[in-house]
Write a protein that binds this ligand. Structure first.
Ligand code: NOJ
Length: 535
């Protein structure tokens, strides 16, 4: 199996622990809550059948950025439980044949992390150089023009009055950037990886993996950054520096000392050429989250061009990864919705993601067709507008389980969807026409179909309304056709040499499964996606 590692065929399910399941009624999800819902993911009757979970941060944290401000890289926040709970979660997941991937946040710490407390205590502290400190510019302002990724934060620098220097923070002021140019920082962060590998975790999702290499000269960024083109020559100086690649190589080497592990990077670079540099040599990241894909408009050509470009850019050493939802972005069912078709488009989006060549990442709740939840202004908690996609998971109908919909017996930290009576795991489990039942069928089908797991991929000419492609392995040939319009659309199969009759094996419209399809004129229903087995 050495050449087919588990994560290549895998479907990896992201859990945002605060919003998944709350076992103790404090309104915030926790590790015991996750354990109680593992049957939903794998092993239970009618479970989703995912291969791994990725846990967003559960570390001790002041929660300025809801866990992405870590104050202890080797602990568990008491809100989420204990280290024993974590070990139990790993054992329970492994017992069901599921891997556990955890979030690792190497670019920054919390400002309450003991390292930063020491570093900011004086200019002479031995940990001063563990973070990025600089004198003010001549006018007393920040040392350069770098901005925080959060527009509400503004400059990426905050003046520490006590020591009269600025420190760098690519995100909130409560998240000072570590100085990866200091080998002591690199060594200390490597130790945190070993800690979790020794505890049995199967991999890491590396938060802002492209940010651990920055221009050590701290030169200004170009005034107008075009995020969608390769970074040379007008490149940014606050990320994607060559040193970052070297550092990821060292991380990969360390992780590869352990069997069967995987690292996936959040490489938030909106240019697929630059993105592929992180996976193409085979000795950096195993996988890179592709935000170019996530940022496409609901348009067949846009997705076709993106997938075709990535497929053309990557080497045989690299493996694609696809996702359309996470805790930082509006959910697909909302983002792509027009005139009430969000649910239908979300199914077609899922069919696309789960039939492309590569590893798939799902975000909790998408299997229910969950939409963004409107958060009243007095309940907004996130600095960057991301509360709507982080609202809690409805497990049961409120009529049976109360207002917390099986997520919590207390007051959820973010509002529950007002649709919970219909959009919940219990009700959808029992309905073969539900989005949850569709995801189950789709994941099971993918698992049973070698062409989808490891087959080749090639686009088929299909006009502007339909994105179509063929997956092929060992004589098995599948045509996937996705209608990006909300009207009936036709795919003329003849240009691709398709003729005769075939079978629709799986459609976003359950009424269509098993239908005979005439390949010279494939008719797709509005917003429909379908997998057709070719003769
Ligand atoms: C990316 C994470 O996904 C996001 O939630 C977080 O705010 C930033 N990195 C900073 O850690």
């Amino acid at each position: 199996m050495a050449d087919r590692p588990w994560w290549k065929e895998g479907v990896i399910y992201q859990i945002y622990p605060r919003s998944f399941a709350d076992s103790n009624g404090d309104g915030v999800g926790d590790l015991r809550g996750i354990i109680s819902k593992l049957d939903h993911l794998r092993g239970g009757e009618g479970s989703l059948g995912v291969d791994a979970i990725w846990l967003s941060p559960f570390y001790p944290s002041p929660m300025a950025d809801f866990g992405y401000d870590v104050s202890d890289f080797t602990g568990v926040h008491e809100l989420f439980g204990t280290m024993d709970d974590f070990d139990a979660l790993v054992a329970e997941a492994h017992g069901r044949g599921m891997r556990v991937v955890i979030d690792w946040v190497p670019n920054h710490t919390s400002d309450r992390h003991p390292w930063f407390v020491a570093s900011s205590s004086s200019r002479d502290d031995p940990k001063r150089d563990w973070y990025v400190w600089r004198d003010p510019a001549d006018d007393g302002g920040p040392p350069n023009n770098w901005s925080s990724a959060f527009s509400a934060v503004g400059p990426a620098w905050t003046l520490d009055e006590a020591t009269s220097q600025y420190y760098l923070h690519s995100f909130m002021a409560e998240q000072p950037d570590l100085n990866w140019d200091n080998p002591e920082v690199e060594a200390a962060m490597h130790d945190t990886l070993r800690f979790w590998l020794d505890r049995g975790v199967d991999g890491f999702r590396i938060d802002v993996a492209h940010k651990i290499g920055k221009d050590p000269e701290l030169s200004d960024n170009p005034a107008d950054i075009d995020e969608s083109t390769a970074h040379e020559p007008e490149r940014r100086h606050d990320e994607d520096w060559d040193s970052g690649h070297e550092r990821l190589r060292s991380i990969r080497k360390l992780v590869d000392e352990y069997d069967d592990r995987m690292i996936v990077g959040e490489v938030y670079l909106l240019d697929q050429q630059t993105l592929s540099d992180y996976i193409n040599t085979g000795d950096e990241l195993n996988l890179a989250h592709n935000f170019v894909f996530l940022h496409q408009p609901w348009n067949a050509s846009a997705f076709r061009d993106t997938v075709e470009q990535l497929e053309g850019l990557i080497t045989p050493l690299a493996w694609p990864a696809w996702f359309l939802n996470n805790h930082d972005h509006s959910r697909v069912a909302t983002r792509y919705a027009e005139a009430g078709n969000g649910a239908a488009r979300a199914r077609t989006a899922a069919l696309m993601t789960l039939t492309l060549r590569g590893t798939v990442f799902l975000f909790q709740g998408e299997e229910l067709g969950l939409e963004d939840v409107e958060v009243p202004s007095d309940q907004v908690v996130d600095v960057d507008g991301r509360d709507p996609e982080r609202c809690p998971i409805p497990w049961e109908p409120p009529s049976a389980a109360g207002a917390g919909a099986g997520f919590s017996n207390g007051e959820p930290w973010l509002p529950m969807t007002t649709d919970a009576e219909r959009v919940n795991a219990r009700v959808q489990s029992e309905d073969p026409g539900s989005t949850l039942s569709f995801y189950r069928r789709l994941i099971a089908y993918r698992k049973a179909t070698p062409a989808l797991q490891m087959g080749s991929w090639r686009a088929v000419a299909a006009g502007d309304d339909i994105f179509a492609y063929v997956r092929e392995a060992g004589g098995e040939r599948l045509l996937i056709a996705l209608n990006f319009t909300s009207e009936v659309a036709h795919l003329d199969g003849r240009p691709a040499g398709l003729d005769g009759a075939a079978r629709a094996e799986l459609s976003t419209d359950p009424g269509r499964d098993g239908d005979e399809i005439l390949l010279h004129d494939i008719e797709l229903r509005p917003d429909e996606g379908v997998v057709i087995r070719l003769p």
